[in-house]
Structure formats: C-alpha cells, structure tokens
Design a binder for this molecule. Structure first.
Ligand SMILES: [Zn+2]
Length: 179
C-alpha cells in the first residue's frame, strides 16, 4: 500500500511566493503548524500579530506581511482556531488520498473476481484475476498520489481558508469592541 504523504507538494520554489502562492499563510508558519501537530514544537514563541509568521527577533517589521511591530504587535502563541483549521486541513488531505486509493483497490477486486465468478478457476480466469489486481494496485496508487494529492491540497486549503477568514473576522470584531 502506497502511503502518500499528505500535503507535501512537488518540489517548487520554497522561497516565499513562487510556486507556493496558493498558501494563505507563510511557508514557515505552515511548517511550524505541522511541527505543532506532530508534537515536535510547543505553541509558544514570537509570532507576527497580523499573519502569525514565526519571528526570530521581535523588533523588525514582519518579513512575511511587512506589517510593522508597532502596527501588528507580536503574539506569543498562535490562536487555537488557526491550529485547529490546519489540523482539519491535513486530515482532509490524507482522507482524500486514502479514499481514492481504497476506491481504486475495491474496484479492482470486484472486477478481478468477475472472470472467476463466471468461468470458475481456469488458467485464464486466474491469470486475469492476478493481472487485474496488479493493474488496479498500481493504478489506484498512482491516481491517489497525483489526482488525490491535488484534490486533497485544494480541498484542504479551502478548509483552512474558511477557518482563517472566520478567525480574521472574529479578530477584527474583537478589536472593534476594544477600540
Ligand atoms: Zn506578518
């Protein structure tokens, strides 16, 4: 069974911008959110108060959204709803890839059994069984890793975008009440 690595994109420009223009938040924040989900990093540090880009130093303008510290401030953790949105994004990416792989394999098993069911075990129905199984195994792994990866990426990104926009709306409501 091919274990597709959900969320990993084909190689492209890893610098900000370039092939990663679809990302809603900075690449460093995405990598950092992955680390938090994997338990490799605590939800603590210095983050841009506007876009939550992880900061080395707290005093310069944000290198990602270029908002000044005076304007955006620095926060010491990323809001939980942003982390939760990222968790659901990764979950959906994996589910799409796994679902496509299993649908492909199940189709293969059903089709491969048809010759055996109608002709009994003969040299050709047995050969067809194994041939179809091998074909669908390779076929579904490839579709899952290409089409499934692309669909999962789009779908997952849409989920994160909703969570992100809800967070921004709630954040601006909060600051409107404060001010
Ligand atoms: Zn920023």
């Amino acid at each position: 069974m091919t274990e597709a690595r959900a969320g990993e994109r084909p190689s492209g420009s890893d610098a900000s911008g370039g092939a990663w223009d679809d990302e809603i938040v900075s690449r460093r924040l995405v990598a950092w959110l992955d680390a938090v989900l994997a338990g490799r990093a605590p939800n603590a540090g210095h983050f841009c108060g506007n876009c939550y880009h992880p900061r080395q130093a707290a005093d310069d303008d944000c290198p990602h959204c270029e908002t000044s510290v005076a304007e955006a401030g620095v926060v010491e953790s990323v809001p939980l709803e942003v982390i939760e949105g990222h968790r659901r994004r990764r979950g959906r990416e994996g589910a799409v890839v796994r679902t496509i792989a299993w649908v492909g394999l199940t189709t293969g098993v059903v089709l491969a059994l048809i010759p055996l069911a109608f002709a009994g075990v003969t040299w050709w129905s047995a050969t067809a069984f194994f041939g179809l199984m091998i074909f669908f195994y390779i076929f579904s792994a490839n579709v899952a890793n290409s089409l499934g990866d692309a669909w999962g990426y789009r779908w997952g990104l849409a989920i994160f975008r909703r969570a992100w926009e809800q967070h921004l709306a709630a954040r601006s409501d909060g600051s409107a009440e404060d001010g």
